[in-house]
Design a protein around this ligand. Sequence first.
Ligand code: NAI
Ligand code: AKG
Length: 445
Amino acid sequence: MTMHLDSFMAGLIRRNPGQPEFHQAVCEVAETLIPYINAHPVYERACILERLTEPDRIVIFRVCWEDDAGNVRVNRGYRVQFNNAIGPYKGGLRFDKSVSLSILKFLGFEQIFKNSLTTLPMGGAKGGSDFNPKGKSDREVMRFCQAFMSELYRHIGKDVDVPAGDIGVGTREISYLFGQYKRLRNEFTGVLTGKGLAFGGSPVRTEATGYGCVYFAREMLARQHEGLEGKRCVVSGAGNVAQYAAQKLMQEGAKVLTLSDRSGYIFEPEGLTEEELAFIIDLKTNRRGDLSEVAKEFGTDYFPGEKPWGVPCDMAFPCATQNEIEEEDARRLLANGCRAVVEGANMPTTREALRHFRAARILFAPGKAANAGGVAISGLEMTQNSMRLTWPREEVDRQLQQIMKRIHEQCVAHGQEDSWVDYVKGANIAGFIKVAGAMLAYGIL
Ligand SMILES: NC(=O)C1=CN([C@@H]2O[C@H](COP(=O)(O)OP(=O)(O)OC[C@H]3O[C@@H](n4cnc5c(N)ncnc54)[C@H](O)[C@@H]3O)[C@@H](O)[C@H]2O)C=CC1
Ligand SMILES: O=C(O)CCC(=O)C(=O)O
């Protein structure tokens, strides 16, 4: 029997009402996978795509904690364990007021393909809470993290499910979470990644997602006999991914024209300086302020309430959040000469915007390939924890570059279309083959 996108999506939407982000992520994958599945009926006979779009399980729980004023606060916690066909569940935790089941299911679903692309043995998962760390004291964040882990610890383990950070969850939060797990289980194991270097963290994990994006961009450009030197880059976000994408771009001789946050964007026509970037990293990681402070400190142009996509550039690196590049933004980027979009964030491009980029046949790197460097180094953190040793920074960075090169090769192998590479199709098919092969081998589960 032949699979059809419309009827497949109609069934998925019927079974998962009110989950637009999840529908969007599945549709993007199904669009490119269904022709492949129709050419390989073994997958269709075993209902692999239907099974892949149904999470193994979802845990939803109450998180009750006390704020500094002594008020009782209640949030909702989640862990979506999507698929463990090729390894323990693996994926970040997001703490943000916008967190919903739809968002975590889209992220968990994408994580299956991303983790497969890394070539490391990791299944796909995601979790988090509608807790918003912004404006909370360290002690409040600590109490929230301890309460969150007091339930989550039952469902995770070093060989079961290994969470990490994502939006709103950095080294501070991972440390509180790890401390509480260690206390509850009375064991010191690699149950979380992104840990501090003093207690089992890996060198380069902090930088890995941003650096990996730039390594991927370098591979794409190299196929066209080009380099990053002198490229004008518009970067969105100012958090973990954006900071280290910007740092590596600058090291490679590119100009980082912008960074952004929820308050607006900063614009530096000749490219951010190292001094500005160091200020931003400290501002965002330690002082947790917004980008208007960069304007005050350095006189940098600052556009409150706006996104950076109207700034003329050669390359765009969306590194903030989902659906931040909308149709009109895509039109402006293309009209202004942008020739490559490299997704540091997960699904930052809406379906309409993506259609424009693909029609224009520019270089377009989907997040599940371009931002896989973070989870790849998480995978290597798990390896180091199992071996009870820590590799030197140079060794981890060398492996990161190699992994990004291999991901790029897989995308080209499955996405080459005459003279253009469809990286979306390439990433989806390459990620699928390994997971689907394992699922077939296990029989009907
Ligand atoms: N941290 C990691 O290792 C990985 C993160 N990602 C993805 O990268 C993106 C950024 O994550 P991180 O840098 O880790 O988070 P973060 O919390 O360190 O930074 C997020 C940044 O995005 C901005 N932002 C968030 N929501 C926004 C909105 N609605 N409008 C405008 N700006 C917004 C914030 O102001 C902040 O600058 C997310 O999509 C995440 O899923 C993907 C792979 C790995
Ligand atoms: O490092 C990890 O386990 C997960 C990183 C992540 O959340 C992602 O790749 O989106």
